[in-house]
Design a protein around this ligand. Structure first.
Ligand SMILES: *[C@@H]1O[C@H](CO)[C@@H](O)[C@H](O)[C@H]1NC(C)=O
Ligand SMILES: *[C@@H]1O[C@H](CO)[C@@H](O)[C@H](O)[C@H]1NC(C)=O
Ligand SMILES: *[C@@H]1O[C@H](CO)[C@@H](O)[C@H](O)[C@H]1NC(C)=O
Ligand SMILES: *[C@@H]1O[C@H](CO)[C@@H](O)[C@H](O)[C@H]1NC(C)=O
Ligand SMILES: *[C@@H]1O[C@H](CO)[C@@H](O)[C@H](O)[C@H]1NC(C)=O
Length: 386
């Protein structure tokens, strides 16, 4: 009987224990995780939900071995800023339920864990915890260094995201051209990371002029930067050299030389392996101007295009007929020319009419314009590579 009673009361006791409110309700509400951009003003939100008597709000930074109290506020009094860090902080609370603070111009060292602690009566202390992380925008730079053209992939460009937090993600767009990339991270003592991304491609001369775009981003799209770069750094020796002869009526001719190559080529002229006397012609840039009144310019002229990588040349043979071919000033000559034009027109008309006629299409090739009246120079296409 006694045993039964004892059991009964034990059960009642347990029941009471479960039903009774363990502690009066005090809830500290905070944003658990806060991200702030370096240099921004950031609010750490904190408030309390309770019907109890609020006596104090204290802010701490979690540090080892001991946490640091940096600000405390008692109702009806001015907030106390307890440390140099506390001096920077502004208390935003209204003394009742709100206990938020504002950290102006956050720095990397402000990163950490913050505790917002409410003292209430009769419960005592309750706290909320906030993780503050600082993110830092990288400064972005694309670097081009001279690359010698060749068949093997090489570093064409580097995209650098300096001192960001967290580490930046770098990707490339080469608009359809094959590439690989390689990332080299460098960790800094202040917690930031520099990422250097190398763009590897085959350095062919034709790559010059192509575009590439480097995209630097931070997680959650908080930062994205596209940087365009025009590839101009593939170096190669002059590959093709063009020589054109220019004549204006009876003036002495001039010869112009043009070559590709990177860096740009410089030009030197020579005649029959020798230098060209000043009274024969003058060199101006890439053009050789023959002197007025000089009739003896027959010969083989060589233009050599040179840059720091190599050289290449092309030659032209100039010779002058001493009036053997009549000039087209006489009426007869003009008449002959007109006749030739008429013959061509007639032939073309005939062909259009007889378009399906195979013979005509074959015959087409035999219809040629008569030789131009001044066929005085012949171009000798001798190209030589050194
Ligand atoms: C923010 O802090 C940095 C370094 O701590 C300082 O150089 C800068 O002047 C500050 N800016 C403002 C607006 O106070
Ligand atoms: C980096 O950016 C590229 C392109 O936006 C994306 O495909 C890739 O998933 C990103 N990588 C990381 C680790 O975020
Ligand atoms: C972090 O350190 C790097 C390297 O010393 C420096 O370039 C960068 O400015 C620093 N960043 C900040 C926010 O102090
Ligand atoms: C970079 O180039 C792309 C493609 O040529 C173009 O669409 C984009 O507007 C350019 N961006 C900038 C910042 O110049
Ligand atoms: C020019 O030089 C080349 C080789 O150096 C030689 O073969 C050629 O005979 C020379 N021509 C003249 C006209 O001297």
């Amino acid at each position: 009987m006694i045993l039964l009673r004892l059991r009964c009361s034990l059960r009642l006791f347990l029941l009471l224990l479960l039903a009774a409110p363990a502690t009066p309700q005090v809830t500290v509400i905070v944003d658990g995780k806060v991200k702030a951009k370096l240099g921004s003003d950031i609010k750490l939100f904190c408030k309390v939900k309770t019907l109890e008597l609020i006596s104090q709000v204290t802010w701490q930074r979690k540090l080892s071995p001991n946490n640091e109290n940096f600000l405390t506020y008692s109702k009806g009094e001015e907030p106390l800023h307890l440390t140099p860090f506390g001096e920077r902080v502004r208390f935003l609370g209204n003394g009742d339920l709100g206990g938020s603070i504002l950290i102006p111009n956050v720095t990397l060292t402000d990163e950490g864990t913050y505790l917002c602690i409410y003292t209430t009566f009769p419960s005592g202390t309750n706290e909320g915890e906030i993780q503050l992380s600082i993110w830092v925008e990288p400064s972005v730079e694309v670097q081009l260094n001279p690359v010698l053209s060749g068949p093997n992939p090489d570093v064409i460009a580097e995209c650098v995201a300096f001192a960001s937090k967290p580490a930046a993600n770098i990707s490339w767009n080469t608009y359809g051209l094959l590439y690989t990339s390689k990332e080299i991270p460098t960790q800094h003592p202040n917690g930031t990371v520099t990422i250097r991304s190398q763009l590897w491609m085959v350095p062919s001369p034709g790559l010059n002029g192509h575009q590439a775009t480097c995209l630097v981003s931070l997680p959650d799209q908080i930062f994205e930067k596209y940087t365009n770069v025009s590839i101009t750094n593939i170096q190669y020796a002059p590959q093709t050299v063009h020589v054109t002869v220019q004549r204006v009526k009876e003036d002495p001719p001039s010869i112009e030389c043009w070559a590709d190559g990177n860096p740009p080529a410089t030009y030197t002229w020579s005649r029959e392996n020798g230098s060209i006397p000043n009274d024969v012609a003058q060199v101006m840039g890439n053009t050789l101007h023959f002197s007025r009144g000089n009739t003896d310019y027959n010969g083989l002229y060589v233009c050599e295009a040179t840059n720091s990588i190599g050289r290449n040349s092309h030659s032209v043979y100039l010779y002058k007929y001493s009036g053997a071919i009549p000039h087209c000033y006489t009426g007869l000559c003009i008449a002959v020319s007109l006749l030739a034009v008429l013959v061509i027109i007639a032939a073309v008309c005939y062909c259009i009419r007889e378009q399906r006629n195979k013979y005509c299409r074959e015959g087409d090739r035999e219809v040629q314009t008569p030789g131009t009246q001044e066929e005085r120079e012949r171009v000798a296409d001798t190209t030589s590579q050194f």
